[in-house]
Design a protein around this ligand. Structure first.
Ligand code: EZ4
Ligand code: CO
Length: 402
C-alpha cells in the first residue's frame, strides 16, 4: 500500500477544526485531527507546505518509522505546531491500518482493557447555586464524574463559565478578549463551592476542578490542603508546568491528586513530573502530543509510577481526536478518566462518528479504524473564522496565564 495524497481540510462548524486526510492507492483513507486552538493555520501550513510532500509514495503501515522520520527528520524538535502536525499524520495512519486490516484501532493497541471509558463533564455557573444546579443536571444525564467551575465574585469573567448552560466554548471570534484575574478572590470562592457541592451530593460523585495554570505554587498548596477532605478526583493545572520540579513544592503541602499536561506536546515535558511522582494524572492528548504513537509512550512511562491518564477532551479537539483518544483509553492499562465536552450538532454532522455515551461512559465504535469520517461537502459550508483564546491580566493589568 502507498500513500497517494495528503490534504488538509479547515472548517468551522461552530468552531475551527483542522483535519488531515491521507489517501492510499488501495482506496483506503485515514483522518487525523490537527486542531491547535487559536493557531490553526500555522499547523495547516506545516502540514501542507512541509509534511505532505514527504508522505507521497510511503507505506502507511510503517507508522513508527514515519513518526521518527517526521520528528527526527525535521531537525527542529517538539513544539505544539510540529507535534500537532505529526499527531495528525500518526492518527490518520492508525485509522488506515485499522480499516485495511478490518479491525478497530484498539485491537492494534493491545485490545480492550475495560468495558467503557469513564468520562467527566463540565458543569459551570455564574454563582455557587447555579453551579450546584449544573452539577445536578449532569448527574441526571448519567455522568459519574463532573468538573465544577464557578464565577468569582468581583471578576466579570471566570475560566470555564459560559452562559450557565451545559456548553462552554473558550475561543472567541475576532481578536482575543482580555479577562481579569485575582488569586485572592478566586481562593475565597473555590472552598465554598466544594463545601456546598459535597454537602449537596455526598461522595458518590467524582468531582474535579481546573485552576487553569493561574495559581502560585504556595496558593496551590493551600487550596489543595483546604480541599483535601472533599476528595477531589483531581485539581488540574494548579500552576503552569514549565518548571517541572516546581511541583515538589505543591506536593509537600497537599495530598489532593494533581492533573497536569493538556498543553504538553512530548514525553520530555513530563519525565520529571512522572518519575518523581509529582502528579497523579497526565493530561497529554492525541492531537497535541504527537498522536497515538507518542501518547502511548507517555502512558507507558507513567504506568510503573502509578500515574494514570486523563486525556484533554475539550470541544477544540475534533471528533477525530476524540475517537482516537477513546481507542487509546480503552486499551491502555493505566487509564484514569477522559474529559468529555459534547460537540455541537453542527460539528457532529460534519464529523459522523460511531462512539457513543451511555451511563457515564464513552464507548469507541467497533467498526474498522477509528470509526469517524468527515463530510467534506458539509464542511465546505463552514469556512474558517479568525478566533482566539482570551488573554489573562491581573487587577493591575499585568499579563497573567489565562
Ligand atoms: O482551556 O481546550 O480542561 N480543559 C481546558 C480547556 C482549555 C481549552 C484550550 O483550547 O482547560 O478548556
Ligand atoms: Co484544563
Amino acid at each position: 500500500m502507498k500513500i497517494v495524497a495528503a490534504r488538509v481540510i479547515v472548517c468551522s462548524p461552530g468552531r475551527n477544526f483542522v483535519t488531515l486526510r491521507v489517501d492510499t492507492d488501495e482506496g483506503v483513507h485515514g483522518l487525523g485531527d490537527a486542531t491547535l486552538n487559536g493557531r490553526e493555520l500555522a499547523v495547516r501550513s506545516y502540514l501542507c507546505d512541509h509534511v505532505a510532500p514527504l508522505l507521497i509514495g510511503r507505506d502507511p503501515f510503517d507508522i513508527e518509522d514515519l513518526w521518527q522520520l517526521l520528528y527526527k527528520g525535521a531537525y527542529w524538535r517538539r513544539g505544539p505546531v510540529t507535534m500537532s502536525a505529526i499527531a495528525a499524520v500518526d492518527t490518520a495512519l492508525w485509522d488506515i491500518k485499522g480499516k485495511a486490516l478490518q479491525t478497530p484501532v484498539y485491537n492494534l493497541l493491545g485490545g480492550r482493557s475495560r468495558n467503557g471509558v469513564l468520562v467527566y463533564g463540565h458543569a459551570n455557573g455564574a454563582s455557587i447555586p447555579e453551579t450546584v444546579e449544573a452539577v445536578a443536571r449532569y448527574r441526571e444525564l448519567g455522568y459519574l464524574a463532573v468538573r465544577a467551575q464557578c464565577g468569582v465574585p468581583g471578576l466579570p469573567t471566570a475560566y470555564g463559565v459560559g452562559r450557565g448552560g451545559l456548553a462552554y466554548e473558550p475561543a472567541e471570534e475576532g481578536l482575543p478578549p482580555e479577562h481579569r484575574w485575582s488569586g485572592e478572590q478566586y481562593l475565597r470562592m473555590v472552598p465554598e463551592l466544594f463545601d456546598e457541592l459535597r454537602s449537596t451530593f455526598g461522595f458518590d460523585l467524582h468531582l474535579l476542578h481546573d485552576a487553569h495554570h493561574r495559581l502560585t505554587p504556595i496558593e496551590a498548596g493551600w487550596l489543595g490542603k483546604r480541599l483535601e477532605d472533599h476528595r477531589l478526583l483531581w485539581l488540574e493545572d494548579p500552576v503552569p508546568a514549565e518548571l517541572q520540579e516546581g511541583y515538589r513544592l505543591i506536593r509537600q503541602h497537599t495530598t489532593t491528586p494533581l492533573a497536569v499536561g493538556e498543553v504538553f506536546n512530548s514525553v520530555y515535558d513530563c519525565t520529571r513530573l512522572i518519575t518523581e511522582q509529582l502528579v497523579d494524572y497526565i493530561r497529554a492528548t492525541v492531537v497535541h502530543a504527537g498522536g497515538i504513537t507518542h501518547l502511548r509512550k507517555i502512558a507507558h512511562l507513567a504506568e510503573p509510577y502509578h500515574v494514570r491518564t486523563g486525556c484533554h477532551g475539550a470541544t477544540d479537539l475534533s471528533p477525530v481526536c476524540m475517537a482516537a483518544a477513546l481507542h487509546f483509553d480503552i486499551s491502555v492499562h493505566n487509564f484514569g478518566i477522559q474529559e468529555y465536552m459534547p460537540h455541537t450538532p453542527e460539528t457532529d454532522a460534519v464529523f459522523p462518528h460511531d462512539y457513543h455515551f451511555a451511563d457515564g461512559y464513552l464507548h469507541p465504535g467497533d467498526g474498522p479504524g477509528l470509526g469517524v469520517d468527515i463530510d467534506e461537502t458539509l464542511a465546505a459550508e463552514y469556512p474558517y473564522r479568525r478566533a482566539y483564546l482570551p488573554v489573562g491580566r491581573k487587577q493591575d493589568a499585568t499579563v497573567h496565564s489565562w
